[in-house]
Design a protein around this ligand. Structure first.
Ligand SMILES: Cc1ncc(COP(=O)(O)O)c(C=O)c1O
Length: 392
């Protein structure tokens, strides 16, 4: 095991080692986190709509715990398919206006398992270079060809579609909102290309579910592209504030996945109480339009404050705001300086983002107030100037 110590030292020297910090919620203050005894403004959470400690969700989970017990005891295809599942999947299909929905343990397993169920050796997956790691791993596990196109570069995608024209099945897969950059995929163009080349299209709405669409259905719905997308994937771990993931699409798709998606077949079903909590969260996501509106206002305000200060934060409109500093050590020092000022905002480094694009990834919540965001942006600008990330 000596090699491991050496490799870890090399990681630490390159400012690439990761380690855990302990966090607790701050009751009555969902926009904050208690990290090792200090209350910090939390600008690094995916709890976009502020539902992670919602009393109605807690109550739904408590009730289900008392009636259904702690664990589901088996995978869904054995005896783990407990009552709350059916209810949730019906509401999911209705919400997404699709024929059927399927709950999977988490977003990582949904992406890695579903891709493996759709394609295999001899097939090809066209995947944006900035897609989430769970998509990349899904393609690798599937043993199909991995055709990665440059980020949002539709000409490059077309070149690859021509190159792999003769492969058996073709799947185009993309994040709807890119997790580390906060910008959107070019979904209209992806739909046109999928039609032209006879490919399937899968869209990961992890960072757009709950946020876009009239009832939070996601970006595909917002853009009127729902029916053009074959596989809708989303998570319950971000806007929903809970845990878990879903796939929505045709009845045939869901029937296929029940038979072929390995993470569903070979893993214990989520605890029934969690599934009941997700159902309650879905009701809130659909009904609480004010959360989406507040989040959108907060994103506009924070983005414009950083732009006016002179930062380059890309072209997104989502609550994910990347502040690219380039080098790993600068990103770590920037994050520490923010922590000293009472802000939790983590440094994101390779391999999560491409080499030379280390960044602070800010993510906002509907629970942040204007005052908190303006003060945070001032603090970020001051540190940016002190560290030479921002030129006076
Ligand atoms: C785009 C994207 N897809 C999938 C996932 C995985 O979801 P989960 O956290 O539910 O496993 C994430 C989570 O970070 C993500 O950002």
């Amino acid at each position: 095991m000596k090699w491991m110590e050496k490799e870890l030292e090399a990681l630490a020297e390159a400012s690439l080692e990761r380690s855990l910090r302990e966090h607790s919620i701050v009751s009555e203050s969902p926009g904050y986190t208690l990290r090792e005894g200090r209350v910090l403004l939390n600008l690094s959470s995916n709890n976009y709509l502020g539902l992670a400690d919602h009393p109605a969700i807690i109550e739904a989970m408590r009730e289900a715990l008392l009636t259904e017990g702690v664990g589901s005891g088996a995978s869904r295809l054995v005896t783990g398919n407990r009552l709350p599942y059916g209810r949730l999947e019906e509401s999911l299909a209705e919400w997404q206006n699709c024929e059927a929905g399927l709950v999977i343990a988490n977003g990582y397993m949904a992406n890695s398992g579903v891709i493996g169920a759709l394609v295999s050796r001899g097939d090809v997956v066209f995947s944006d270079q900035l897609n989430h790691a769970s998509i990349v791993d899904g393609v690798v596990l599937s043993r199909s060809e991995h055709a990665r196109y440059r980020h949002n570069d539709m000409e490059h995608l077309r070149t690859l579609l021509n190159k792999y024209r003769d492969n058996r099945r073709k799947l185009i897969v993309t994040d709807a909102v890119f997790s580390m950059d906060g910008n959107q995929a070019r979904l209209h163009e992806l739909v046109a290309l999928k039609r032209e080349y006879g490919a399937m299209l899968m869209v990961d709405e992890a960072h757009s579910g709950g946020i876009y669409g009239r009832h939070g259905e996601g970006l595909c719905h917002e853009l009127g592209l729902k029916d053009a997308v074959d596989i809708h994937m989303g998570t319950f771990s971000k806007s929903f504030g809970v845990y878990g993931a879903y796939i929505c699409g045709s009845r045939t798709l869901i029937r296929w996945l029940l038979n072929k998606a390995r993470p569903l077949i070979y893993s214990t079903a989520l605890p029934p109480s969690l599934v009941a909590g997700i159902s309650k969260a879905l009701e809130l996501v659909k009904a609480d339009h004010w959360r989406r509106e507040r989040l959108s206002e907060a994103s506009r305000l924070f983005r414009s404050s950083l732009c006016n200060a002179g930062f380059n934060i890309g072209d997104g409109d989502s609550p994910i705001v990347p502040l690219i500093v380039g080098d790993n050590d600068t990103a770590l020092r920037f994050s520490s300086a923010l922590e000293k000022e009472g802000i939790a905002a983590v440094a994101i480094r390779p391999p999560t983002v491409p080499e030379g694009t280390a960044r602070i990834r800010f993510s906002l919540s509907a629970t942040h107030s204007d005052r908190e965001l303006i003060d945070a942006a001032d603090c970020i600008s001051t540190i940016g100037l002190q560290m030479g990330v921002l030129r006076p």
